[in-house]
Design a protein around this ligand. Structure first.
Ligand code: SAH
Ligand code: SF4
Ligand code: F3S
Length: 480
C-alpha cells in the first residue's frame, strides 16, 4: 500500500499484545461483521459532523453500533481541547478504556479530533494501549488508518492533510437537521485559541459539492441544513475567481444564493460568524432569502476594545454594535447569540464590566460563556496578568446570571405568538410531547397528539401558539 505520509510510531512502553485481525463472521463484504463500535464526541458542531462521517465509514466497513460503550469492540473518542477541562475529560475517559483493553486486547482504541492533533505521538506515551491517534483532517481516512491498525501497527496520523472531497456517507444522528461542512480550518490567530493549530489552514469545499450534499440530504427527507465553518465568513477566500465587479467569486453570500433553492430543504442556517468579516451584503441576502433563518451566532468575546485588540480579533465593540443594529434593521425579530470569554490575561474589573454592559445593552438570546483557559501553543498562555481561579469563577458566575436574565427577557416576546416549529422528534423528557425549534432557534415543546387525531412527527412544520416562555425554551399548542 502506498504510504500517504502516515507515521507509525513505536510506543516507548511495551504495548498490550496485538491481537490477530478478527476473522469475519459473515462472508458477505462490506457488511462482513467486524464487531461493534462506540463513538463519544466532545466539542463543537465540527466535531459532531466529523463523528457522523466516521460512523458512516465504520458502518460501511461492517461495524455496527454497540448498545453500550463498555460492550463495544472499537471505541473512538472524538476529542476537544478548546479549554483545559475539555482536554482533561478525555484523559479520564481514556483511563477507563485503557484498563478495559488490558483485560481484552481485541478492543480497538481510537482517539480522533483536536486533542489527538495537539498531542500526537505523546498521547501514545501517555496511553500506550491506544491503537490510533488521528487529527481532524484525517477523519475521512478512518478506513485506511484502521487497515494499518489491523496489520498490527500503532498509527499516528496528524500531518497537515488536504481534505479530500467528502465522498463518505455520514451516519447522521438526526434525520431532519443535517450539518454540512463548507470550510475546514481557520486562518485567524486569536491569541487565546488553539483551533488554528489543531484544525489547520482554511480549506473551502466547492459550491457544487456542497449543493450536491444538500440535494442528497433533501432526497433522504432532511428539512434543515446548517452550513458549518469555524469562521464561516472566510468561506471561499481560498477558492479562485474574481467577479466582473472585482470581488471574490466565492463568498458565503454567493454560496447561500447558490444552494437556496434545493428542493425539500425548508430552513438554512450557518455558523460561526466572525464580526471582522461579517458583511452588509450577507445581512441583506439573509433578509431576502426566505429559507435562511433569522438567527445569527456572532461571538464577540469581549465588550472592551483593548481586550479585543489583545485577543487579535480585528474589530471594535462599535463595529460589533453596528452589525447587530443592521441585522435588527433588516430582520427586527432576528435572534442573536454569541460567545464570550471572561478573565482574559490582564482583563481589569472595568474591562470585564464592559462585557456585562454590552450584553445588557444588546440583549442576546443566548450566550456561550467561558472563563479564559491557557492553551498550548497560543501566545496569551505565556502573558503576564493571568487571573486567579477565584476571579474566573466569580466573573463567570455573575456573567451567567446576566445572560440568563437577558435570555428570559428575549423569550418573553414569544408569549402568545404563533411560531413555526420544525419538529425534530419526541421530547426525551416527556414522550407525550414533541420538540423542535423556531426559525430563530428557540427550543420548543408541544403535545404530540393532533387535535384531529394522529400525531406530529419529525419533519413536520407546525404552527404553534406559544403559551409558556422560559429563558432558553418555549411550550405551546399546535394550531391544527
Ligand atoms: N470560531 C469561533 C469560535 C471557536 S471556539 C469564533 O471565532 O468565535 C468556541 C469558543 O470557545 C470561542 O468563541 C471562545 O469563546 C471559546 N474559547 C476559545 N478558546 C478559549 C480559551 N482559551 N479559553 C476560554 N474560552 C475559549
Ligand atoms: Fe479560534 Fe479565532 Fe479561529 Fe475562532 S476565529 S476558531 S476564535 S482563531
Ligand atoms: Fe473543540 Fe476542536 Fe471544536 S478544539 S471546539 S472540537 S475545533
Amino acid at each position: 500500500m502506498a504510504d500517504t505520509g502516515t507515521m507509525t510510531a513505536t510506543p516507548l512502553t511495551p504495548a498490550a499484545p496485538r491481537p490477530a485481525p478478527a476473522a469475519p463472521t459473515s462472508p458477505a463484504p462490506p457488511q462482513a461483521g467486524r464487531g461493534s463500535y462506540w463513538i463519544t464526541t466532545f466539542g463543537c458542531q465540527m466535531n459532531k459532523a466529523d463523528s457522523e462521517r466516521m460512523a458512516g465509514i465504520l458502518e460501511s466497513m461492517g461495524y455496527r453500533e454497540a448498545p453500550a460503550e463498555l460492550e463495544a469492540d472499537l471505541v473512538l473518542y472524538n476529542t476537544c481541547t478548546i479549554r483545559d477541562n475539555a482536554e482533561q475529560k478525555v484523559y479520564s475517559y481514556l483511563g477507563r478504556q485503557a484498563q478495559r483493553k488490558r483485560a481484552n486486547p481485541h478492543l480497538t482504541l481510537v482517539v480522533a479530533g483536536c486533542v489527538a492533533q495537539q498531542e500526537g505521538e505523546s498521547l501514545l506515551r501517555r496511553v500506550p494501549e491506544l491503537d490510533l491517534v488521528m487529527g481532524p483532517q484525517h477523519a475521512n481516512r478512518l478506513d485506511v488508518l484502521l487497515a494499518q491498525v489491523e496489520q498490527g501497527q500503532q498509527v499516528v496520523a496528524t500531518e497537515e492533510h488536504h481534505i479530500l472531497e467528502d465522498i463518505t456517507t455520514a451516519r447522521r444522528d438526526s434525520t431532519i437537521c443535517g450539518w454540512v461542512n463548507v470550510i475546514y480550518g481557520c486562518n485567524e490567530r486569536c491569541t487565546y485559541c488553539v483551533v488554528p493549530s489543531v484544525r489547520g489552514q482554511e480549506q473551502s469545499r466547492l459550491p457544487e459539492a456542497i449543493r450536491l450534499e444538500m440535494e442528497g440530504l433533501a432526497a433522504q427527507g432532511f428539512k434543515e441544513i446548517t452550513l458549518l465553518g469555524q469562521n464561516i465568513d472566510a468561506y471561499g477566500r481560498d477558492l479562485p475567481g474574481i467577479t466582473p465587479e472585482g470581488r471574490r467569486s466565492h463568498t458565503l453570500t454567493d454560496l447561500l444564493q447558490f444552494v437556496h433553492d434545493v428542493e425539500g430543504i425548508e430552513r438554512i442556517r450557518f455558523a460561526t460568524s466572525h464580526p471582522r468579516y461579517f458583511t452588509e451584503r450577507l445581512i441583506d441576502a439573509c433578509a431576502d432569502l426566505p429559507k435562511v433563518c433569522e438567527h445569527f451566532h456572532v461571538p464577540f468575546q469581549s465588550g472592551d476594545d483593548a481586550v479585543l485588540k489583545a485577543m487579535a480579533r480585528g474589530y471594535t465593540v462599535d463595529r460589533y454594535r453596528r452589525i447587530v443594529e443592521r441585522i435588527r434593521e433588516r430582520m427586527p425579530d432576528a435572534s442573536i447569540s454569541a460567545d464570550v470569554i471572561v478573565a482574559f490575561p490582564g482583563e481589569t474589573d472595568a474591562q470585564y464590566r464592559r462585557t456585562l454592559d454590552l450584553i445588557d445593552e444588546l440583549g442576546f438570546d443566548a450566550v456561550n460563556t467561558a472563563a479564559y483557559s491557557p492553551r498550548p501553543n497560543t501566545p496569551a498562555a505565556d502573558w503576564p496578568g493571568q487571573l486567579s481561579e477565584e476571579v474566573k469563577v466569580e466573573r463567570l458566575r455573575e456573567l451567567n446570571v446576566l445572560v440568563e436574565r437577558k435570555a428570559k427577557e428575549r423569550s418573553a416576546r414569544y408569549a402568545g405568538r404563533i411560531e413555526q416549529i420544525l419538529v425534530e422528534g419526541p421530547n426525551p423528557k416527556d414522550p407525550t410531547q414533541v420538540m423542535g425549534r423556531t426559525r430563530t432557534n428557540r427550543l420548543s415543546f408541544f403535545p404530540a397528539a393532533k387535535a384531529a387525531g394522529g400525531v406530529w412527527r419529525a419533519g413536520d412544520l407546525v404552527d404553534v401558539r406559544i403559551e409558556e416562555v422560559r429563558a432558553f425554551s418555549l411550550s405551546g399548542t399546535a394550531l391544527a
